[in-house]
Unconditional design. Structure first.
Lengths: 304, 269
């Protein structure tokens, strides 16, 4: 069986607050990320996403449990040979130029000479910073910083890329570029693990998602599974809200020139019959799909 | 090793491009240029006063850089979280400490070299142009040795500042603690001499014990102060110089190892 890219067992992180109080940042997280997949880690602010990532990168130490990267315990420096990491709001040595920083990052992963120079040039081209390679990083825009962050994460050609909120602060164009880049990485056979609260992007590109709420994993599965719902959506031409409500349909809304009715699967045939009896014209009938946003809100609410 | 060297190189570059560095260096050069004019106002031997002022400027500049850069550059890494980019690479935390120290020492070494050279040039200029009743005498080599020991002192201060920075994120706190060590380190030798001398007989045993502990725990910076010996051409026994050099080296090593051990367990929140 193939080695998981990330293996997390009972990972727990508590912070001390004062003498007696403790803050639970993460509680008993169990997670396995397969090689070659794009995994999205979603959750509200303070859910424990960054804490999980920092534990994986050896920046924090767990209170309990373990995390392993490509089979190596996460706290060991050699575990980071196979990982590229993009922190949230990346910050650099701003007196350096973009090229100098990449050369530095490359030397930290053991690259040197011609190989390093070529890789630096290649990455600057990939992230579209070739024109700004001699520019001081402090003059970089937010989007340029994010792109430089990606480039430094990829410098050692890692098999796993971990990104903390890679879309945050980017404009729609920048986000689209980031999505393209992540998909490109998957095409190269790389594993991508990223956290985000921009649910649309997660839904579009992820093979699997995990929802983290108050330090606990509340959902783990594919976005399509997550979006599946047994409810049916019936759309009727014209505004028939009043008639339908009187006829006993509880979920009726007006959507433009269409009236939308939601019915549970067991009531579908009866609902169709009633609509026929009322003399209304059916415009469309389809299975309801929940957006990740709906589920996310539901999960957060159910966790209190 | 390569990672530490890369980090040292980047730290040196960062330091050289800091505005504060440039400001301190310009201030030092101006002070050295003015030293002749200031010495002219004195009643004593003008050349001796020029040397005194010159070495004081070297010491002040280099120590200022050590205090400021030592506490500022690491705190900046932690505060701005640029450290995440470094520690997420396959390097040990001790590489970070040693690399940072290497870069800072190179920065301070380079500034010692530049300011000392300028000090020697200005001293030479005043030596050649000042007319005195008694021909002036300058111990050029001893001036260079004294500058070298100022660099050693600054290297030790850098190690102290990195030690404190390894467990505190506040640059200000690290600066205060380093300053405290510097002040205590300047006086432990004298305090020890006092409590062990005839006047110390009346000192309480507790104070004596405390003075002894402070003497062994804090660095004895008086060993590295050769300014008076250089200006007045007093003897500098090579044995004493070697002892002071080794003492500093061992002290720095202990501090860096301790800093690495502490930093290894530090959480990057």
């Amino acid at each position: 069986m193939e080695q998981p890219a990330i293996e997390i067992e009972d990972l727990t992180k508590h912070y001390k607050k004062g003498v007696k109080k403790k803050i639970v940042a993460l509680e008993g997280l169990n997670l396995e990320i397969h090689q070659g997949e794009i995994f999205g880690f979603v959750g509200p602010n303070g859910a424990g996403k960054s804490t999980t990532i920092k534990l994986m990168m050896g920046l924090l130490f767990p209170t309990r449990g373990r995390a392993a990267i490509m089979g190596t315990e996460a706290h060991l420096p050699r575990a980071r040979r196979e990982v590229g990491y993009l922190p949230e709001n990346p910050s650099f040595y701003d007196h350096l130029t973009g090229e100098e920083f990449l050369l530095f990052a490359g030397s930290l992963v053991g690259m040197k000479g011609k190989e390093l120079k070529e890789r630096t040039q290649e990455l600057l081209d990939l992230v579209g910073l070739a024109h700004a390679r001699k520019m001081g990083i402090r003059k970089y825009s937010k989007g340029m910083m994010q792109r430089l962050g990606i480039a430094q994460a990829l410098i050692g050609n890692p098999r796993l890329i971990v990104m903390d909120e890679p879309m945050s602060g980017l404009d729609p164009l920048g986000r689209a570029e980031m999505v393209r880049l992540i998909l490109g990485l998957k095409e190269q056979g790389k594993t991508v693990f990223f956290s985000s609260h921009i649910l649309h992007d997660v839904e579009t590109i992820c093979d699997r998602v995990g929802i983290l709420v108050k330090g606990r994993l509340t959902y783990l599965g594919s976005p399509s599974q997550l979006a599946e719902s047994p409810w049916w959506v019936l759309r009727l031409e014209g505004n028939h809200q009043e008639i339908l409500r009187k006829a006993g349909f509880p979920r009726v809304v007006l959507m433009g020139h269409l009236t939308q009715v939601e019915v549970p699967p067991q009531d579908l045939w009866e609902a169709l019959e009633r609509i026929r009896t009322l003399g209304l014209t059916l415009y469309s009938l389809e299975r309801k799909r929940l957006s990740l946003e709906d589920i996310f809100v539901k999960e957060v609410k159910s966790e209190g | 090793m390569r990672a530490s060297l890369a980090l040292a190189w980047v730290t040196l570059k960062e330091g050289l491009r800091e505005r504060a560095f440039l400001g301190i260096m310009i201030f030092a050069f101006l002070l050295l240029l003015a030293s002749g004019a200031i010495a002219d106002l004195s009643i004593g031997n003008v050349i001796k006063v020029t040397q005194d002022l010159g070495l004081a400027t070297v010491s002040f500049t280099v120590l200022l850089l050590a205090f400021f850069m030592g506490t500022h550059l690491m705190a900046k890494d932690l505060d701005k979280r640029s450290i995440y980019m470094v520690l997420s690479k396959p390097i040990g935390r001790s590489h970070y400490i040693f690399g940072k120290y290497g870069g800072l020492t190179a920065l301070v070494g380079l500034s010692t070299l530049l300011v000392s050279l300028f000090m020697l040039v200005t001293t030479f200029y005043f030596y050649k142009t000042t007319r005195l009743y008694t021909p002036p005498h300058v111990a050029w080599f001893k001036l260079m040795v004294a500058s070298g020991f100022i660099f050693l002192e600054a290297s030790l201060i850098l190690a102290v500042s990195l030690f404190f920075s390894s467990f505190t994120s506040s640059a200000l706190l690290a600066l205060f603690l380093t300053l405290a060590v510097y002040i205590v380190g300047q006086s432990t030798h004298q305090v020890m001499e006092f409590v062990q001398g005839p006047l110390g007989k009346r000192t309480s045993p507790v104070v004596k014990a405390l003075a002894k502990v402070a003497y062994y725990v804090f660095p004895d910076l008086s060993l590295l102060d050769l300014k008076t010996a250089a200006v007045h051409d007093l003897p500098m026994p090579p044995g004493d110089l070697l002892k002071a050099f080794l003492y500093t080296l061992i002290y720095i090593s202990f501090l860096l190892i301790a800093a690495s051990l502490i930093f290894k367990r530090r959480e990057m929140k």
